[in-house]
Ligand binder design. Structure first.
Ligand code: HPA
Length: 273
């Protein structure tokens, strides 16, 4: 059986046959950012099914292709469609695309997601730059034998979200007249939304937002030495004392409203890099 390293090399070789682009920046589009790929100049879109060893996308609102090209004049690789542990993918599968972006040469990773707002100063439709995370997913892509070619056994997590990228994004947001909150993202397994007691607990431990993605990809990216910027689109308020049932349809509806702002912020951030 091929090692993870060998599998990634095979994926990279197949991608390079279709595009010689050496992307500086990788982007993972979560709920709320689908569509950025359409703004890519001279893009080569490769369906995940045509990349050896790549997982396949099953989630609603997630396409499955890798788009290589230029955004704001920079060479980028955009993953349209991500994988979540709640779908049954292993942490290794969820982070496989990050390993591929890294092996393609991308030194920076930008991620987006949809999240519930725990901080009561947030409202549905807000954007939050992730300053730090709490991993409550019960999975970790770094478990198992460590291949030093990817990164060290015990990666440092003192600043997984690059402070300079957060500062740049905040500057872009000010220029765009777009309010950008900052906060801590708690990653949970899902797929159910949380109980009131869980929302109370999450607020108590210092989380400002909660969602079911991003943390595994960030762990793999930091392990591999990438600089990370991640932004959450707040799709619902999670106030345990006034909790209303939320439907996934409503969440996707708010995510769709967030898309243009999110797309613009990422476009401007890439320009500022
Ligand atoms: N919890 C978890 N994930 C989410 C939520 C939530 O309240 N809202 C959007 N994604």
């Amino acid at each position: 059986m091929a090692t993870l390293w060998e599998q990634v090399q095979a994926s990279v070789a197949a991608i390079r046959q279709k595009s010689k682009t050496a992307p500086a920046v990788g982007v993972i589009l979560g709920t709320g950012l689908g569509g950025l790929g359409e703004g890519i100049e001279k893009g080569t879109a490769i369906p995940y099914g045509e990349i050896p060893n790549f997982p396949r996308s099953t989630s609603p609102g997630h396409r499955g292709e890798l788009v290589l090209g230029k955004l704001s004049g920079k060479l980028v690789a955009v993953l349209e469609g991500r994988f979540h542990p709640y779908e049954g993918y292993t942490a290794e599968q969820v982070t496989y695309p990050v390993r591929v972006l890294e092996a393609l040469g991308a030194g920076t990773l930008i991620l987006s997601n949809a999240a519930g707002g725990l901080n009561l100063e947030f409202k549905a439709g807000d954007l939050m730059a992730i300053e730090d995370h709490i991993n409550l997913m019960g999975v970790n892509p770094l478990v198992g034998p460590n291949d030093e070619r990817f990164g060290p056994r015990f990666p440092d997590m003192s600043a997984p979200y690059d402070p300079e990228l957060i500062r740049l994004a905040a500057d872009c947001a000010v220029r765009m007249g777009l309010p950008l909150k900052k906060g801590v993202y708690a990653g949970v397994l899902g797929p159910n939304l949380e109980t009131r007691a869980e929302y109370r607990f999450l607020r108590g431990i210092g989380a400002d937002a909660v969602g079911m993605s991003t943390v595994p990809e960030v762990l793999a990216a930091v392990h591999g030495g990438m600089k990370v910027f991640a932004v959450s689109g707040i799709t619902d308020r999670c106030d345990p004392d006034h909790l209303e049932p939320v439907s996934i349809e409503k969440i996707l509806e708010v995510a769709a409203e967030i898309t243009p702002k999110m797309t613009q912020l990422v476009t401007e951030l890439v320009r500022a890099l």
